[in-house]
Design a protein around this ligand. Structure first.
Ligand code: HEM
Length: 410
């Protein structure tokens, strides 16, 4: 039997008033427990900046891996099937030393210096995509630009062929989109199985023919000793594919929309593109692509924001709300591309701080710079009221963003 929720956090109408809902939660209930998406499991939603920051920094009380807390929690929330182990044995689901071991294996690939060396190639990808759009005379930003750009980059970094780009989109969607009806669950299962089979095939091929890419390097580590198990190798690959593009698609979409709706900011950036890196931080804060973290488990009884939390409770930190908290950001609802300092939490904080942040920043900067430079008179192709948001609680992401440029019809 579903219980009622005080705050609607999942419907299409919530998507039209996301920031108003969060503002009310911060004012009345910055740490609040209500049923999650299944309508049953109680989850603490943490919306205040200070409380969200505390959750992200306190790994002793707030953990990702239920098995590190108790066998009962592990049984209830941890996966045990082969497919679950293959997809879920990654760093974002681990804590402590185990997490550090996995993270250190790929950390090298994402240093700012390594990432900067990818700049010319990312610029080329952006121009190629916009050449196609220019030839068409119109663009649906999400499908034509925001999605293909990061998926191409992460695929090239990993050294995986991009002949089935559309499949990546479907698989990755199955990864992040909750399914509740038996039909939806069945469909999700099939997609994840296909994703697993694809990764297995890929690893077999790369073992036979190693290249100068991240996947070959990871296979080498896995073969060389006990630092990476086979399941962890697959999960790492899955995490990098999914985390490496889903989020950046949202960033490019949200940031473009915000600039189209804030002409002053947009004009300033077009006049001086060197302002883009600072503006990007503000765009990440203003409409944060990762709206909510993955669920944490409370490891020992504790207090948060005046509420008593018990061992075994579930908790979600709402980054998109913390980033609009007036007690941390003056005029939090205003897009201020000159804001500095800007201690937003869009990439998380603490041990799980986004590994791909330097890459995401570079992709975001290049995507916006190239887009507004190539189409200086870019504008929305539909009315704002017609915009729709993806129905996934993790992300704040547009489903479509039709754009036009050039001569007006009227
Ligand atoms: C705008 C783009 C991005 C945003 C907003 C973003 C946001 C985040 C956030 C909030 C977390 C922490 C989640 C949590 O604590 O529950 C995270 C973790 C992570 N992100 Fe990103 N991300 C982005 C792009 C990327 C890219 C491009 C990659 C990889 C190429 C990536 C790889 C990862 C990985 C591997 C983790 C897990 C880190 C760990 O557990 O130590 N992300 N990201």
């Amino acid at each position: 039997m579903n219980q009622t929720r005080k705050y609607d956090l999942y419907s299409a109408s919530f998507r039209q008033q996301t920031h108003q809902t969060f503002a009310q939660m911060r004012a009345d209930d910055p740490v609040f427990q209500q049923p999650g998406l299944d309508g049953q499991t109680p989850i603490w939603f943490v919306t205040g900046y200070a409380e969200v920051e505390q959750v992200l920094l306190d790994e002793r009380h707030f953990r990702r891996d239920p098995a590190s807390i108790s066998p009962e929690l592990a049984q209830k929330y941890g996966g045990t099937t082969d497919l679950q182990l293959m997809l879920n044995s990654h760093m974002l689901n681990r804590d402590g030393a185990d997490h550090r071991r996995l993270r250190s294996l790929v950390g090298q690939a994402f240093t700012p210096k390594m990432v900067q060396s990818m700049r010319p190639r990312i610029e080329q990808i952006a121009h190629d995509l916009l050449d196609k759009a220019a030839a068409q005379g119109r663009m649906e930003l999400v499908a034509d630009y925001a999605f293909p750009l990061p998926i191409t980059v992460i695929a090239e970094l990993l050294g995986i062929p991009l002949d089935n780009q559309e499949n990546f989109r479907l698989w990755s969607n199955a990864f992040v989109q909750p399914a509740f009806t038996p039909e939806a669950q069945q469909e999700m299962m099939l997609k994840l199985q296909a994703f697993g089979a694809y990764m297995q095939q890929l690893v077999v091929e790369r073992r036979q023919q190693p290249g100068d890419d991240l996947l070959s390097a990871l296979i080498h580590v896995q073969e060389a000793g006990d630092r990476l198990s086979e399941m962890e190798l697959f999960s790492m690959l899955a995490l990098l594919i999914v985390a490496g593009h889903e989020t950046t698609v949202s960033l490019i979409g949200n940031a473009t929309l915000a600039l189209l709706q804030n002409p002053e900011a947009r004009n300033a950036l077009q006049a001086d593109p060197d302002l883009i890196p600072n503006a990007l931080e503000e765009l990440l804060r203003y409409d944060s692509p990762v709206e909510r973290t993955l669920t944490r488990f409370v490891a020992a009884d504790t207090e948060l924001g005046g509420r008593k939390l018990q061992k075994g409770d579930l908790l979600i930190a709402v980054l998109g709300s913390a980033n609009r908290d007036e007690s941390r950001f003056t005029e939090a609802d205003r897009l201020d591309i000159f804001r500095r300092p800007n201690p937003h939490l869009a990439f998380g904080k603490g041990s799980h701080y986004c590994l791909g942040a330097p890459l995401a920043r570079l992709e975001g900067e290049i995507a916006l710079r190239t887009l507004f430079q190539r189409f200086p008179d870019l504008r929305l192709g539909i009315a704002v009221e017609e915009l729709t948001w993806r129905n996934t609680p993790l992300f704040r992401a547009l489903t479509h963003l039709p754009l036009t440029w050039g001569m007006r019809d009227e």
